[in-house]
Design a binder for this molecule. Structure first.
Ligand code: SAH
Ligand code: TYD
Ligand code: ZN
Length: 421
């Protein structure tokens, strides 16, 4: 499988427009990544022919400011029993989620018989702490393999897609939720109107809907173009989220910036009028105006930077190949699908990618066909260069793999710009 993906004949195409999934307004496309695969389609070689491709393009709504994709994949092709992503794969993220859960237990869940629902609970990385605290909870996630990992730890999970009908069923069965939590999931859901109607129906009158997702401001500022892939159907900003939730009788009352995944915002949403709005919301909106997050020129400049990164990364990898260097990838991330397929990077430039997730090992990376191997293949015979596709876990990985650099190895970073360290 050395066959390269479609050549990047696309790039910026500002003339395309399509209707906004949130408000029906006009969305102006600002980048087209071309033909891209389902980003988590890590499949064994004999099944690679089943990989689904689509056109990955993003635009900005001229009315409500929501950044969104032009085309939608069937949800069951992304999230299913064999979905390989495991949220517990990073020690840093495990710590993050146990802190989130502890904070809920001490604050929002301190009343009598509290109930928490998580949308996108995956392998139970957050609910583990909630469950151990003896709090009533329910995780909802359609990815059966990941949900099974949670269930085996005694966590209550329902293998299904959260949407309005399911939310109403949960309320009838368990009563209202004091907290509805969701991390790195809400932005994945094109039919988010149904989610928000469900949240409004399930939330207790004084309950909190707390969700965290990668932040458009950080993506734009740092040229994190690889945060654009199928699962990130929306790229949220404080402005677009505030306007969106208001359409469903909800209100954005607090925002908090987090460092996870290169920059995330945690949004706290309540039923309209239930709580006082914190000054953090206004302050974030002011910062977004300074950043130009509704200005087409901001997105055009981002597009130019993406193409510079692509050209420099490909030139570097081609030079290393010409010199006969050994180059591998580190972290079989969803992000790497956008990088390899947009840049046309195959096994001729990156011979394999190592990843600690057992479900991904032995498979081929979607589109690029780069084989995924266990970290032992990296440490056993260090390459000369490694492209860090899991750059959001740089600190954790570089600490773990200290031996690589001690052995003369060099990391290749490509965001915010291409550099070798
Ligand atoms: N919360 C974890 C997992 C994020 S991965 C973390 O932050 O690391 C996104 C998860 O959302 C996947 O496990 C996927 O199966 C799930 N998901 C996708 N659509 C969903 C929906 N409609 N309802 C609930 N979960 C959904
Ligand atoms: P992540 O960046 O969380 O996800 P995304 O798919 O959203 O881009 O994925 C990190 C990947 O890197 C995941 O497959 C696990 C892997 N990984 C390692 O192989 N070793 C590590 O030490 C860490 C932290 C992650
Ligand atoms: Zn809109």
């Amino acid at each position: 499988m050395t066959e390269k993906s479609t050549a990047p004949t696309v790039g910026r195409k500002a003339e395309n427009t399509f209707p906004c999934r949130i408000c029906g307004g006009e969305v102006r496309q600002w980048f087209d990544f071309g033909r891209q695969p389902v980003s988590n389609a890590f499949l064994p070689p004999e099944q690679v022919g089943r990989t689904l491709f689509y056109r990955l393009a993003v635009g900005l709504c001229t009315s409500c400011a929501m950044v969104q994709q032009a085309e939608e994949l069937p949800r069951g092709r992304m999230f299913h029993a064999d979905y390989p992503y495991r949220a517990s794969g990073s020690a840093w993220m495990r710590k993050h989620f146990s802190e989130v859960a502890e904070r809920f237990v001490e604050t929002e869940l301190a009343g009598p018989d509290p109930f928490l629902v998580e949308i996108g609970s995956n392998d139970g990385v957050m609910l583990r702490t909630i469950s151990e605290a003896g709090v009533r909870h329910l995780g909802v996630d359609p990815s059966g393999g990941a949900a099974e990992v949670a269930a085996r730890q005694g966590i209550d999970v329902r293998v299904d897609f959260f949407e309005e009908s399911l939310a109403r069923e949960v309320r009838a069965e368990h009563g209202p939720a004091d907290v509805i939590y969701s991390a790195n999931t809400l932005s994945h859901i094109a039919y988010i109107d149904s989610i928000l109607r469900g949240v409004a129906a399930l939330l207790a009158p004084d309950g909190a809907f707390v969700f965290e997702d990668r932040y458009l401001g950080d993506i734009i500022e740092n040229t994190y173009f690889d945060q654009v892939y199928d699962e990130h159907f929306y790229l949220f900003s404080v402005r677009s989220v505030g306007a969106m939730v208001a359409r469903f009788g909800l209100e954005l009352v607090d925002v908090e910036h987090l460092d996870t995944h290169g920059g995330t915002i945690r949004y706290t949403v309540t039923l309209r009028g239930a709580r006082r709005r914190d000054s953090s919301v206004r302050e974030a909106l002011e910062r977004e105006d300074e950043l130009g997050l509704t200005d087409p020129a901001t997105f055009a400049a981002f597009g130019d930077r993406v193409d510079r990164v692509r050209d420099e990364l490909v030139a570097l990898l081609e030079r290393l190949r010409a010199e006969g260097r050994t180059v591998v990838g580190y972290g079989a991330t969803s992000k790497s699908a956008t990088v390899t397929n947009y840049c046309g990077i195959g096994t001729d430039l990156v011979s394999f990618v190592c990843d600690s997730t057992p479900e991904k090992q032995g498979t081929l990376s979607p589109g690029s066909g780069i084989p995924v191997r266990p970290p032992g293949d990296f440490t056993g015979d260090y390459p000369e260069y490694a492209v860090l596709f899991a750059w959001n876990h740089a600190e954790e990985i570089m600490a773990k793999e200290r031996g690589f650099r001690e052995n003369g190895g060099k990391w290749i970073m490509y965001v915010p710009e291409v550099r070798v360290i």
